[in-house]
Design a protein around this ligand. Sequence first.
Ligand code: SF4
Ligand code: SF4
Ligand code: SF4
Length: 564
Amino acid sequence: MFYLDFQKANCKNCYKCLRSCPVKAIDMRNSQAKIIESRCILCGHCTHVCPQNAKSVHNDAAAVLKLLKTKTVIASVAPAFVSSFGLTSFEPFRAALKKLGFSDAYETSEGAAVVTAEYKKLLASGKYENFITSACPAVNRAIQLYHHDVLKYLAPVDSPMVAHAKILRERFKNASVVFIGPCIAKKREAAESGIIAGALTFEEVAELFENNGVKPVAVNPEMHESKKATVAAVSDTEEPGEEKIAAKFYPISRGIIKSFDAFPGGYEYIAVDGVSRLSQALEDLKNVKGVFLEINACEGACVNGPCAIQRSGGNVEANVRVRNYTNGAPLDVVREHPSVAVERKPLTPGDRIPTDDEVAEVLARTGKRGKCDELNCGACGYNSCREKAWAVVNGYAEVEMCVPYMREKAESMGNVVIENSPNGIIVCDKALKITEINRRAEALVGAARPEYIFDCFDPTAVFKAAENGVQSRVDALKIEKSGKYVDMNIVPLAGENALLIVLIDVTDKVNYDAELDKVKRGTFEVTDSVIEKQMRVAQEIASLLGETTAETKIALLKLKDAIK
Ligand code: SF4
Ligand code: SF4
Ligand code: SF4
């Protein structure tokens, strides 16, 4: 199943996505980025950094619209809606969804409250050396695929989305549940849950609103205040034992920790967000004890999710909106609910660890025969030359992605071409200082490693080309030192502040032309004297015979011109 990929036409093969991917789940062969589904944790980070905006997210909108026509569908809405849609309460959003055809809509924070309550119970049990929260499906997947050592710390608790779906399906027996949020990873989690009919991103919902002329409009803050008062009154009638939790904090950084009213002892409560810090945080956890780790794959947590709608105030505004909304709203009440326990099993990405020989063979193909040749520069998108060799062996990358190697190769190929050119090639800067000269050019100018153009030949034409930046040509330029003649092409290299001078040896041609000219001249002189003689003889005969000497003279002069 495809959840996320890159559009063909847009990808410019810059490796930025690969560089930012924490688990190297991108196949870069044939100059086209492609997600490796079995490795990808769907954090969406690559889509954020792509300068070509080449992201292509699986769109569930059509399937959901179809479902709305045939079934009772309840929406579970992630609390980040306040920041994405610039709202201060849930009612307008709920009303807009109903206009689209949803039977009703509830906030996923209802499920998050149950999840927090479960976390508290598990922490109080004292069974966990360390504890990792499980609300972010991208993080859960990363641990299950790549960090088996810390899997035992991952809370065996459903995510808020799945917990809420369980609650809703129990409440509305025949209804389908569709999740709405800022996340791509939730699409796969929803599909795998077996109880969620689809997951729409905020971007998809905004498009549906737009296409259907629906607009969730913010209600005025006083209305929100009065609702608060009503709910506070209602909360007096709660059943004993019901817990109230600020689960609407979940979508911001440290939001899960903020949702706790009391902290079970024995733990330091730490939050880490952003995929770039994910692996290190999980590695560090192996060496410590008594840490409660809240991890989100997105920097700034879900309000900054890959399909959140960014507002002009960015992450700061998003945070403020969620804080205001949560501080102002009634707490989520944890009532009786179905079990939200889940088993998190280890997964394997499906590729293999290459042997040392395979790695060495790939490294050798990019000229890396010893440790000192491994630059680990990261230009290929991988963190090290060995990591890239792993990708090549697994068929995810091409040897040619090694930028320093390709540059070296291009340079050495360029050098071979230049050195073996039958023409003289000189590169000089605008001060006419020579920076490159091939052997053929040295022979033509009659100097080894000359420093300036004027050490070689009359520099006038080169000066002019440097000054006006226009390509020019000089035919049969004589080089005094070598006695050679060259046709000279001067090409200013735009943006390089340099000139390329190509010298074509035309000495033989010039000498041949001179020789031919000499022969022609000799022939003409002989012919001329013969004609002169003939004319004189003809005139003498004509004067004796009284014939028309004028006609003979004209004919002979024409013959002379023709020879000329
Ligand atoms: S970031 Fe990745 S998908 Fe985007 S243009 Fe660069 S290589 Fe292509
Ligand atoms: S979504 Fe995340 S894990 Fe998947 S390819 Fe992109 S950056 Fe890598
Ligand atoms: S030297 Fe080549 S293979 Fe190594 S990290 Fe740099 S680009 Fe990648």
